[in-house]
Design a protein around this ligand. Structure first.
Ligand code: KE4
Length: 427
């Protein structure tokens, strides 16, 4: 079917949609390119309107853990939609989803569904503030929790006591209760809590940050955050929107054995449809309306279609014990990449946990976003574009994470490694 090219579609899109995209990272601005427009996606592959097919490691930024359009999900959507797509009234699907999250995620005793990760983190913070009756929150540089005003905050001049807006349109007053500290630096958290610990409602953290490339917490760091928040009566929130159900059945908290007070989820739990969730201790969650004083709501929250699609995906993942297969695929990719780097004589940093990975174009250890921004970004751009030319779609930004799905074959991994070997010549 011949239709308008990506180039023509992008030109048209830009006359109607700011930047031509409905989410900034899709615009390929971080790789000096123009985005392709997608015709269809199936399994490990995505095909653009010009007929080019790519092995896809963006995976719609995480949700496509079974690969694109898995039959178990698309059939479920088709079947359930016949009985309605949204009721605005409770339905059994919501109970089944809540029961699954409670059963699988160690920290969750009760859970509230939302329509995005942003809603989940925004609501979790409001709940933590309502529960503790405190205003201050702590986040970490390089961690992204969606685009709520109080989370678009960078470390300010008074880094230990208040933050500064990290986006136009965010009033300084909205940012002043958000403290932004360096990740993997316990001493910075200690100094902050010694100064104002009694005022801090919550720490929100991506336990394995995936929005600054993919960063590994130093040994004991997450337990340290657990201990200091317990000491000061601060709510510890793990933002597992990206890692939840992906790195393990119970997410990072199952792997590291650190149980937060609350967890934010998204992406995988929607099977590709818009879903987020936040959950935690019943004592905290019961502060939510309609039984508690903290208001939170959503027209489409828990709608039957998204719940059924997400449940179909989670059940399939569990039935196939997908995490073992994802680890095997991730390990194959890592071994291959390390061989390529060795042959090239460079010690670029490669971080991975299961099916999440990131290659940094620097030989310096990456322990926080400062290290990631010190990498050779022009080299990344050449590498990204060489891979794209060769039919491999990696995240169009050096500050994102790659995702492998259960639809990726060992052949896909080997073809990707072949393309990486060629692309490395451009670095
Ligand atoms: P959404 O509002 O985009 O559903 O979720 C926000 C969010 C919250 N927490 C974490 C850890 C996240 O990674 C995200 C969103 N992730 C980005 C990818 N880095 C979404 C892609 C995009 O913004 O287009």
């Amino acid at each position: 079917m011949v239709g308008p090219t990506s180039q023509k579609l992008f030109a048209k899109a830009k006359t109607l949609i700011p930047g031509g995209v409905n989410s900034p990272v899709r615009a390929f601005k971080n790789v000096d390119g123009d985005p392709f427009f997608v015709r269809r996606a199936q399994g490990s592959r995505i095909t653009d309107v010009d007929g080019k097919t790519y092995i896809d490691y963006v995976g719609t930024w995480g949700p496509a853990i079974l690969g694109h359009a898995p039959l178990v999900v698309t059939q479920t959507i088709h079947e359930v939609a016949k009985d309605g797509v949204s009721f605005g009234a409770p339905c059994p699907w919501e109970i089944e989803m809540a029961q699954t999250i409670v059963d699988w995620v160690p920290s969750v005793e009760k859970v509230r569904m939302t329509n995005s990760g942003t809603e989940a983190t925004m609501s979790a913070i409001r709940l933590a503030r309502g529960y503790t009756k405190r205003d201050k929150i702590v986040k970490f540089e390089g961690c992204y929790h969606g685009h709520a005003d109080h989370l678009l905050v960078a470390a300010g001049s008074g880094a230990l006591t208040h933050g500064e807006p990290d986006s136009a349109g965010v009033p300084a007053d909205f940012a002043k209760h958000t403290i932004c500290l360096p990740f993997n630096k316990p001493e910075a958290v200690e100094k902050c809590f010694e100064a104002i610990g009694e005022e801090i409602a919550a720490i929100i953290v991506e336990p394995y940050p995936g929005n600054a490339g993919f960063i590994i917490p130093q040994p004991g760091y997450l337990q340290f955050l657990r201990d200091i928040t317990k000491k000061y009566g601060t709510v510890l929130i793990f933002d597992e929107v990206m890692t939840g159900f992906r790195v393990a059945k119970g997410g990072v908290q199952e792997i590291v054995g650190v149980t937060p007070d609350m967890t934010c989820l998204g992406k995988v739990i929607g099977g590709g449809l818009p879903v987020g969730a936040f959950g935690g201790k019943a004592e905290i969650m019961d502060y939510l309306a309609p039984i508690g004083p903290v208001y939170q709501a959503g027209t489409l929250s828990g709608n039957p279609l998204a719940m059924a699609a997400g449940l179909a995906q989670l059940k399939e993942l569990d039935h196939r014990m997908g995490w073992d297969q994802l680890e095997a695929l991730g390990s194959r990719l890592e071994t291959g990449i390390r061989g390529i780097l060795k042959a090239k004589g460079v010690d670029f940093q490669f971080n991975r946990l299961g099916s999440m990975f990131c290659l940094f174009f620097t030989e310096n250890e990456i322990i926080n976003v400062e290290d990631a921004t010190g990498a050779d970004i022009p080299a990344f751009k050449r590498y990204f574009n060489a891979l794209l030319e060769d039919g491999i779609f990696m995240a169009p930004s050096p500050y994102e994470t790659g995702f492998i799905s259960l639809a990726h074959s060992t052949g896909d991994i080997d073809d990707t490694l072949g393309a990486m070997e060629q692309a490395m010549k451009m670095v």
